[in-house]
Design a protein around this ligand. Sequence first.
Ligand SMILES: NC(=O)c1ccc[n+]([C@@H]2O[C@H](COP(=O)([O-])OP(=O)(O)OC[C@H]3O[C@@H](n4cnc5c(N)ncnc54)[C@H](OP(=O)(O)O)[C@@H]3O)[C@@H](O)[C@H]2O)c1
Length: 242
Amino acid sequence: MTGRLKDRIALITGASRGIGAEVAHRFALEGAHVVLVARTRGGLEDVDDRIRAELKIAPDEDSPVTLLELDLTDLDAVDRIGPTIAQRFGKLDIVVGNAGLLGEMSPMHHIATDVWTEVVDVNLNANWRLIRTTDPLLRQSDAGRAVFVTSGAAHGKRPYWGAYAVTKAALEMMVSCWAAETEETAMRINLLDPGATRTTMRADAYPGEDPSTVKPPEDIAGAFTQLCSPGCEQHGDLIRVY
Ligand SMILES: NC(=O)c1ccc[n+]([C@@H]2O[C@H](COP(=O)([O-])OP(=O)(O)OC[C@H]3O[C@@H](n4cnc5c(N)ncnc54)[C@H](OP(=O)(O)O)[C@@H]3O)[C@@H](O)[C@H]2O)c1
């Protein structure tokens, strides 16, 4: 590890498993203090345990990990993230908007209302609230960085990908607007499409696929580190990691 994220405070959503858990692990090894957001306490604790073990931190010692057990469909709770981090750490350097939900693979006119609402809330509305609540802190950072995780489903014709495809397309436009608005700042804001990655979501989308044929999340964690490093100059780009 290079210590490229030494002393950075990084918020990562969807960090209880899959891509987010791996990014959290890598960031902590690179020297960041990571604030992990998800609903599943057990998953978050597993990530904390793994980081502690790797960094050889004793149970009675402070860990570079803070767990924020939160349901992103609770949009008012998302609004409180910025003030909470400001109070606890006095700053925020990195935001990774990674949490995502597949919803139902079904024809547009068959999608249940509650499924549509949940997918739009987690994949889009929560990320807008996240931008709104963290923007002031990222502007104050000497090198504020944000990466939002998108998907190839945002492009082309995607029958049956429903709310997922719609929300990823909207996420891309939202992040690209924010990036255009912050060009003159020290912030660097980008989108990352991880491509096929071996996670629960991938298995749900492609149940017949042999997982061993799909790359593990470890293979893409380095791209997140690069985009969140103080030295990163990329801004307003969509980076495809495949
Ligand atoms: N895997 C792929 O092949 C692939 C390809 C393209 C894009 N992506 C994108 O990559 C990102 C990560 O996906 P993944 O494959 O790692 O999926 P995953 O293994 O299913 O993980 C999803 C994460 O999102 C969190 N999450 C879901 N709903 C939430 C809610 N209401 N509140 C808080 N957290 C919530 C989950 O935590 P809890 O359940 O604990 O809350 C979990 O940590 C997503 O944005 C996805 O669209 C993945």
